[in-house]
Design a protein around this ligand. Structure first.
Ligand code: ADP
Ligand code: MG
Length: 742
């Protein structure tokens, strides 16, 4: 092995040397530039305002707020407090023969005192912290009734002797992420800071400006040199914000430019089928409809018709809460394609849903002379052959199916329009796959079908702008006029009898009830036993006059389907379910949703479950049972995602709003983007500066700027956009997976 492999130029920096340079290299930092790009993970702002005395005051004020004064959207989840102080006292307190706690007392120039308490590993912490040490403490603080600030098991950093002065001065101190390797090789915060100071002061790196002057000037951005320097050593918070803004701006600008140019390229090369709007059968359905379309449905239909006439293939996302009437939008627009002599297909995530689609279509289109075929994998081979033949001959106008629609054995006949329902169940980037199959159906002609993806998972604006940046979006926010908002209540054990009475009343009036009983047991057998027992309890002890069905996790897919169908056909009044009830199944007569242990579910899940009711003109209700002790905490203010109060926020949010978009915004705040989208959609771009939770404004503003730039200079060929073009090429090259043209 060549020993030089481990050597990097960083070894020449004072305080680094060969050993630390090798350690940095093993973490991917091997050049001056790499280190300069190793930006702080956070900053400590030193001034009077975060003295212990001030923190005590601040905490006193916060505890006066009540829950209801908080706007749910603005819940501050990063309620971390930071202080710096010197250890003046240390006590080991014996609670009983086996339990000890450790208490550190620290103070700062404000002369107020603060306690740090440890319950676990007290011997370890006792050895670690000594009187006289300076500690940087960060965590969630509270005050006791004597207004003493208290931290329990906070993050603590012992400050280097030589750095104390730096921390004591007013100013902003950068904090870098320390890895295990750093610690093992004695690389300290101080080391990194000093190394970066050397790189900057000796001008060891020449930074390339990516943004053209006219943009820097127009949007008053900091130059790249100033930006880097400020990120490491900001003079003030406002400077720091400017530097961060510049990085975010550049990052999102390149992202949007790449996305928009990709789309422009696609639009140039692709030819779409032109389909006229308001054809005969569209008008017929419109006249026949027993209710009025909502304005949002009309807007969505108009959007799609515009796309149909544009001569370009449509790539549109239709978002709308469960029950908002997306299917009908699909049906209207499908009719236009069929009237123009084309075939259309709609794909659902499960066979049962595909089946329901076929029934819905047949229902709406009874005397329309339209043939609706169903293609799912469970068909027997004879019947399957017949269906395949109907599809390839063009006799079938609409084909409902699951993913098996797009197997190579299926030969479509002039397939012009593909609708994908419950899009979140599929991967994001399957359009390429559909295109291939659809193009085959036009007898070799280079034709791209129109694609509409429908999703009932409301996606926060920032996420849909980035994740679906290459799709056009229509949104249905408005519920059909006959729907009443679902009434939701958080309930506790002592409300049980009242809730049961309420359910009884409703069922007597002819309604049905979903009863979700999430499982705790580790073993399948125990789980099934608990669920069965609970069902029997409801059946025998609580509702002897009603029929109770069961849907549990051990059932096979078709058994679950059967159970749902029995419920739909009113064979039961109450359906006890241990699992999340499949998305999209419509039992309009079910108007009550009861969820036990509701604190176990995430917001999106709760919202989705609740969406099973509220599907008819009857008033619907949702009861969220949760732990007794939560009722005493519901008035508290502080929310930390890691503790049970996050569960309270979720339940409270459910009481306050029925709007899926509002709920998804809260969910985004609580869980972050990756978790919201789930694994299947974690095709999120690798942003370093942009925060998808909070940077919605920057994202949308910059998107408009990117559009403007490309409108004036579609290929960035103008002299003034030279830098930008180069940066964009590099950006796309670095991410060719993400921007692969389908
Ligand atoms: P989604 O697919 O968005 O969850 P659906 O399209 O299944 O919702 O619609 C739910 C129910 O509402 C269906 O029974 C549908 O016929 C009905 N519906 C759709 N649009 C309207 C409307 N404008 N007014 C009244 N009912 C409607
Ligand atoms: Mg649907």
């Amino acid at each position: 092995m060549n020993i030089n492999e481990n050597i990097s130029e960083l070894q020449y920096l004072k305080g680094i040397g060969p050993k630390k340079a090798a350690a940095l290299k093993s973490e991917g930092i091997s050049t001056y530039y790499d280190l300069l790009r190793y930006f702080p993970k956070s900053y400590i702002v030193r001034n009077n305002s975060n003295s212990i005395a001030n923190l005590a005051n601040q905490l006193k004020m916060e505890s006066k707020l009540t829950f209801h004064e908080i706007n749910l959207k603005s819940i501050n989840l990063q309620s971390h407090h930071q202080i710096i102080g010197r250890v003046i006292n240390k006590k080991m307190i014996e609670l009983n023969a086996r339990k000890k706690i450790l208490k550190l007392e620290i103070t700062d120039e404000s002369k107020a005192k603060c306690d740090i308490v440890f319950f676990n590993r007290v011997q370890f912490f006792d050895k670690l912290y000594k009187i006289g040490q300076f500690l940087f403490v960060s965590g969630i603080a509270s005050t006791d009734r004597y207004s003493i600030v208290k931290f329990i098991h906070p993050d603590i950093e012992i400050i280097d002797e030589e750095e104390i002065e730096l921390y004591q001065k007013d100013g902003i101190v950068p904090k870098y992420k320390m890895s295990e390797t750093f610690n093992k090789n004695f690389i300290t915060q101080n080391n990194i800071r000093n190394a970066i100071i050397q790189i900057i002061s000796k001008n060891l790196v020449t930074l390339n400006e990516n943004l053209p002057y006219h943009i820097i000037d127009k949007y008053q951005l900091l130059s790249i040199d100033k930006t880097f320097k400020t990120l490491h050593f900001p003079d003030s918070i406002s400077e720091l914000e400017k530097a961060q803004f510049r990085m975010k701006f550049e990052e999102i600008l390149l992202f949007e430019l790449a996305l928009i140019s990709l789309r422009n390229v696609q639009k140039q090369i692709e030819k779409g089928l032109v389909i006229p709007k308001n054809t005969e059968r569209v008008v017929k359905l419109y006249k026949k409809l027993p209710f009025k379309l909502t304005n949002d449905q009309i807007e969505a239909i108009k959007d799609i018709f515009m796309d149909f006439q544009s001569g370009k293939p449509m790539n549109r996302l239709l978002q709308g809460d469960v029950g908002s009437g997306k299917t009908l939008v699909a049906i209207f627009t499908m009719l236009a394609a069929i009237d123009s002599g084309y075939q259309v297909a709609i794909m659902a995530p499960t066979e049962l849903l595909a089946d329901q689609h076929q029934k819905t279509m047949n229902n709406f289109l009874k005397d329309f002379g339209i043939n609706v075929a169903l293609l799912v994998s469970s068909l027997n081979s004879k019947y399957r052959r017949e269906v395949l033949e109907k599809i390839s001959s063009g006799k079938a106008n609409i084909i409902c199916g699951t993913h098996s629609l797009f197997q190579s054995s299926v030969q479509f006949n002039k397939l012009a329009y593909i609708v994908i329902d419950e899009q979140h169940k599929f991967g994001v980037n399957q359009r390429a796959e559909f295109w291939k199959i659809a193009r085959k159906s036009h007898f070799g002609k280079e034709i791209y079908p129109h694609v509409l993806v429908m999703s009932a998972t409301p996606i926060p604006r920032t996420l849909s702008m980035t994740l679906y940046g290459d799709l056009d979006v229509s949104i249905i926010r408005e519920k059909p006029a006959n729907r009443k908002p679902i009434k939701t209540r958080v309930v506790f054990d002592q409300n049980r009898l009242q809730v049961y009475d309420f359910i009884r009343e409703q069922i007597k009036q002819g309604r049905q009830c979903y009863y979700v009983f999430p499982m705790v047991e580790k073993s399948d057998k125990l789980e099934l036993k608990a669920a069965t027992e609970f069902k029997e309890h409801l059946e025998k002890d609580i509702f002897p006059e009603f029929k109770v069905g069961l849907l549990h996790g051990q059932m096979l897919g078709y058994e679950k389907d059967d159970s749902m169908l029995d419920f739909l056909n009113r064979k039961f009044d109450i359906l006890v379910s241990t699992v999340i009830i499949e998305v999209g199944i419509d039992v309009p007569n079910a108007t009550i949703m009861v969820i036990e242990n509701a604190e176990r579910f995430g917001l999106a899940q709760l919202h989705q479950l609740r969406g099973r009711v509220g599907r008819s003109e009857n008033q619907s209700y949702c009861f969220l049972f949760t732990k007794n002790e939560y009722q005493f905490q519901i008035s508290q203010t502080k929310v930390d995602i890691s503790d049970h109060k996050a569960a309270i926020v979720r339940l409270k949010a459910m009481e306050l709003t029925n709007d899926g978009f509002e709920i998804s915004e809260i969910d985004l705040q609580l869980r972050g983007p990756g978790n919201i989208l789930g694994q299947r959609q974690s095709g999120l771009p690798d942003f370093q500066f942009i925060d998808l939770v909070n940077d919605g404004d920057i994202i949308s503003r910059t998107r408009r700027i990117a559009e403007e730039i490309l409108q004036l200079d579609p290929h960035l060929n103008l002299e003034e956009n030279n830098l930008l073009k180069k940066a964009l090429q590099q950006y796309v090259k670095d991410r060719d997976n993400y921007y692969r043209i389908a």
